[in-house]
Design a protein around this ligand. Structure first.
Ligand code: EPU
Length: 337
C-alpha cells in the first residue's frame, strides 16, 4: 500500500494528481488480501485498468487499485470457434494482436484502442462497425461488498452504445478480473462496411482481405486521425455521438445538408459529434497546454502539464456551445474524477 502516489503514469491523459492510497494486484488472492486492509474498508475505491477513459480533475481521495492480472488462456475450441479467457490487466491492443496473429477473428476492427482488457466491457468499446459485445461471452468480477467472485454473461452486462451495467446500477460495485471471448476461426466473417475501412483496403489494392489486412487498415486510419497517448495526453473520444430523433435530424439537415450522420433505426439518427464540434469552430483550438485535437474534434488533448479541471471546463464550454448552435446536448464519454 502506497500513500500520496502520483497517478501521472497511470492515466493516458497524463494528468499529474496524487492518489491518497495506491495498491496494485496481480491475482484474485492478492485482491482478497488488499480487501482486508483498513484502507479498502474505509476509503472510496477507484479501480484503474489502463487509465484510458478518465479525466482526473483533482487529487484522488480514495484507494486507487491498479489491476495487473495477466494471462491468456484457451478454454475450449471446435472447428469454427475458440473461447479465450484474458486477464483484465492485459493490454487491449496486444491481446488483439495475439488474436490476429493466431488467426482468431472478431476483434480486428478494435485494433489500437488504448487501455486494458478489463476496461473494455465497462463501456462496450467499439470502433469501425464492431463492439466487444459482438464477441464477448462472459466475465468474472470481484463483488466489492460480498468479497466474492461472480460471473456476468453477455446479457447480464446490458451492453449498449458505450454503455454497460458497470457504468450504471453496478457502478463501483465490481472489479472485473477476467474476460472471456468467443472468437471465430476461418472462414472469417469480416466487417468491412465502415466507409473508412473499405477505402483503406481499396487503397492498398487488396482483393480478398484477411483479418490481418482489416487490422492493418484500422491501425492506419487510427494513427492518421487519433493522437498517440504516449506522445500527446488524451482519452480518445471525449464525447459520445448524440442520438436524436429523425424529425429533429430532418430539420437540422435542411440547415446543414453536409451533417455527418448514421441512421441507427427507423426513428433515430446518430450524429457525428466530431462534425458538430468542428462546424462550431473548436477543432484544433489550443488554450495554453491543452485543447481540441487538430485531426479529430471529438478528442481533447493535453500537450503536457495541463490541469484536468481546465480540460473539464473546456469540455463544458464545448457542450454549451453545441447546445446553443445545434440544440443538441453532448454527453461525455470519459469518466470525470
Ligand atoms: N468528423 C468531422 N470532424 C471531425 C471528426 C469527425 O467532420 O473532427 C466526421 C467525419 O468526417 C466522419 C464522421 O464525423 O464523417 C465520423 O468520424 P469518425 O469515423 O472519425 O468516427 P467518430 O464517429 O467521430 C467514433 C468513435 C471512435 C471510433 C470511430 C470509428 C464514438 C464516441 N467515437 O468516432 O471511438 O474510433 O467512431 O469507429 O463513438 C473512442 O471511443 O475513444 C473512439 C476513438
Amino acid at each position: 500500500m502506497e500513500k500520496n502516489k502520483s497517478l501521472l503514469k497511470y492515466n493516458t491523459f497524463a494528468i499529474d494528481v496524487d492518489a491518497k492510497y495506491f495498491a496494485s494486484f496481480t491475482s484474485f488472492n492478492d485482491l482478497k488480501e488488499i480487501a482486508t486492509t483498513k484502507e479498502f474498508i474505509n476509503e472510496n475505491l477507484l479501480v484503474l485498468g489502463g487509465g484510458s477513459n478518465l479525466l482526473l480533475t483533482k487529487n484522488v481521495d480514495a484507494l486507487v487499485l491498479k489491476n495487473d492480472i495477466l494471462g491468456i488462456q484457451i478454454l475450449k475450441e471446435n472447428k469454427s470457434t475458440i473461447d479465450i479467457s484474458v486477464g483484465a490487466g492485459e493490454n487491449w491492443h496486444e491481446f488483439v494482436m495475439f488474436c490476429v496473429k493466431n488467426n482468431y477473428g472478431g476483434l480486428e476492427n478494435l485494433s489500437l484502442i488504448p487501455g486494458n482488457v478489463g476496461a473494455a466491457p465497462m463501456q462496450n468499446i467499439g470502433a469501425y462497425g464492431s463492439e466487444i459485445k459482438d464477441t464477448f461471452l462472459y466475465l468474472e468480477a470481484f463483488n466489492i461488498e460480498k468479497l466474492q467472485l461472480e460471473s456476468f454473461t453477455n446479457k447480464d452486462c446490458q451492453f449498449g452504445y458505450r454503455e454497460s451495467i458497470f457504468k450504471k446500477e453496478l457502478k463501483n460495485k465490481f472489479i472485473i478480473l477476467k474476460v472471456v471471448f468467443r472468437l471465430n476461426k476461418t472462414p472469417h466473417q469480416l466487417n468491412t462496411n465502415y466507409g473508412d475501412i473499405l477505402k483503406e483496403i481499396e487503397l492498398l489494392n487488396i482483393k480478398n482481405p484477411t483479418i490481418k489486412d482489416v487490422s492493418n487498415a484500422v491501425i492506419k486510419i487510427r494513427t492518421r486521425k487519433l493522437p498517440d497517448p504516449k506522445k500527446i495526453g488524451n482519452s480518445g473520444s471525449f464525447f459520445k455521438n448524440p442520438i436524436i430523433s429523425k424529425n429533429d435530424f430532418l430539420k437540422l439537415e435542411t440547415k446543414y445538408p453536409k451533417i455527418a450522420h448514421y441512421l441507427i433505426s427507423e426513428n433515430e439518427v446518430k450524429i457525428a459529434a466530431g462534425w458538430l464540434i468542428e462546424k462550431a469552430g473548436w477543432k484544433g483550438k489550443t488554450i495554453n497546454n491543452f485543447g481540441v485535437h487538430k485531426n479529430q474534434a471529438l478528442v481533447l488533448v493535453n500537450y503536457g502539464g495541463a490541469n484536468g479541471s481546465e480540460i473539464h471546463e473546456l469540455s463544458n464550454e464545448i457542450i454549451a456551445d453545441i447546445n446553443l448552435k445545434f440544440n443538441i446536448k453532448l454527453e461525455k464519454e470519459v469518466n470525470i474524477i
